[in-house]
Design a binder for this molecule. Structure first.
Ligand code: GDP
Ligand code: MG
Length: 458
């Protein structure tokens, strides 16, 4: 009826939470059920996202009571983004606010709130993103009897005494922990006021319990809260999620196209480590549908793609691209210089928002989101930073870090996350006495510096 894809676009939903609580599995389950059921409505894997069309939503929510029918869905579907780290979530923004319309915070019901759960809550609050909590792994509740074909409320009520008690005790415990984080929370079917209480949905990504309720609740919330912001706009809103090298295509960027459209041959402008990059879209790529993937990483090419979608862009000059900011399209040649300024401004604003100290280490990362996640982590460890940059370690960085030698040599250190260190830069560092720590996980990097400080004291 009023579901008109020309009016509303698919909401962008992020999945956040502590490692191993089941973020990826929840998406796997969504996709797999669908494949088993003959791909009704076709849930598809996209670049960095899973596309759940309205038909598939209707199909996946059949068990929900009261019935949640397709007539109730006013948008073309959901675009769900799996975020391996917070970096990717931080990346999803434009002009300082999140591009993610809603989020699913996954909490393992047997583990409760853990450090990354709390960090995720902080991020969601900061970006004012509405969210629901999936109390995942409910199948692990003692003597739990699952039933994916029933509404989860009925499944809970049908549990034997022991399982019910175990379940209730865990829900209560998690509710208290959420209260401590400044959140009111309640099971979604007991929620006294969805505007001020976060809804908890018991789920199992293994048995499928509660998955229908989770999808239905997200749709209901998107409709109730977000209709105005989901109005499709031709004005481009597109954010670079990741920069990746792909065989046969060179360096590519993965983007989330939230509004507007991209076309092959478009002139694009985006942030790069050496200033704005101007290039032309050579190919717009999306993964082939699941059943057609024979060779891993084979893509279909498109002439034009309309929001909301996850897309891979192949073009020249992308090797210095920075993930985490908007991508712009120049409709005419003469727009390019203006857009370069806009992109430059976006980037300087994001960097200026990060406050550096006079004395401290020099920090480098591969993406803006990663840099911010890293700095947040260093703050909790009490590690001060005086300089920051997105991009590989080059001589210029070493010279900047070397300036700390005059003040305090424990700060003449470069902490490099997931970036290359130029050989020239390493040689200069060795000569000057600047130490470069290079790691691929945030935690290791922090730990190595803390170890270094202990050594330094002796
Ligand atoms: P992520 O790190 O949050 O993406 O977590 P994963 O989706 O990779 O899941 C971590 C582990 O938990 C995997 O071994 C999953 O099979 C398991 N797992 C995820 N969801 C469930 C669930 O609902 N029930 C049970 N029993 N195991 C689960
Ligand atoms: Mg995962």
């Amino acid at each position: 009826k009023n579901r008109d894809i020309r009016v509303l676009r698919a909401p962008v939903i992020c999945v956040l939470g502590h490692v191993d609580h089941g973020k990826t599995k929840i998406l796997d389950k969504l996709r797999r059920t669908n494949v088993q059921e003959g791909e009704v409505g076709g849930i598809t894997q996209q670049i960095g996202a899973t596309n759940v069309p309205a038909e598939a939503i209707a199909n996946q929510t059949k068990m929900v009571k009261p019935a949640f029918s397709i007539d109730q869905i006013d948008f073309p579907g959901l675009l769900i983004i799996d975020t391996p780290g917070h970096e990717s979530f931080s990346n999803l923004r434009s002009r300082g606010s999140s591009l993610c319309d809603m989020a699913i915070l996954v909490v393992d019901i047997t583990q409760g709130l853990e450090p990354q759960t709390i960090e995720s809550i902080e991020l969601l609050k900061k970006r004012k993103t509405p969210f629901v909590v999936a109390l995942n792994k409910v199948d692990r509740v003692f003597e739990w009897e699952g039933n994916q074909h029933k509404d989860i409320k009925e499944v809970v009520q049908a549990q034997a005494e022991f399982a019910k008690n175990d379940f209730e005790r865990r829900v209560k415990e998690i509710t208290i922990r959420l209260n401590e984080q400044g959140l009111n929370a309640a099971l979604f079917y007991e929620n006294p006021d969805p505007r001020t209480y976060v809804s908890l949905v018991p789920t199992s990504a293994i048995t499928g319990d509660g998955m229908g309720n989770l999808i239905a609740l997200i749709c209901t919330m998107c409709q109730a809260k977000l209709a105005p912001q989901l109005r499709y706009s031709e004005e481009l809103q597109c954010v670079v999620l990741e920069v990746k090298t792909i065989q046969g295509y060179g360096t590519t960027i993965d983007v989330i196209l939230v509004n507007g459209r991209l076309r092959e041959g478009d002139n694009i402008v985006l942030a790069g480590t050496e200033g704005p990059i101007v290039t032309q879209i050579r190919s717009l790529l999306m993964p082939k549908p699941l059943k057609e993937i024979r060779v891993k990483g084979s893509y279909d090419e498109f002439k034009e793609i309309k929001a909301a979608q996850g897309v891979k862009i192949a073009a020249k000059e992308l090797d210095k691209a920075i993930a985490g900011l908007s991508l712009r399209v120049a409709q005419h040649e003469d727009e390019i210089s203006v857009l370069k300024e806009v992109v430059h401004k976006d980037f300087t604003l994001a960097m200026k928002a990060i406050k550096v100290k006079d004395r401290g280490v020099y920090v480098q990362a591969s993406t803006l989101g990663a840099l911010e996640a890293l700095l947040e982590f260093f703050k909790t460890k009490g590690i001060p930073y005086s300089g920051i940059r997105v991009g590989p370690v080059v001589k210029r960085d070493v010279m900047k870090a070397a300036a700390m030698l005059e003040h305090d040599d424990k700060y003449a250190v470069i902490l490099a996350f997931d970036v290359k260190v130029d050989r020239d830069a390493q040689e200069l560092a060795d000569r000057e006495g600047v130490i470069i720590f290079s790691e691929e996980t945030i935690y290791h990097l922090g730990d190595r510096y803390v170890e270094f400080l202990e050594e330094h004291k002796r």
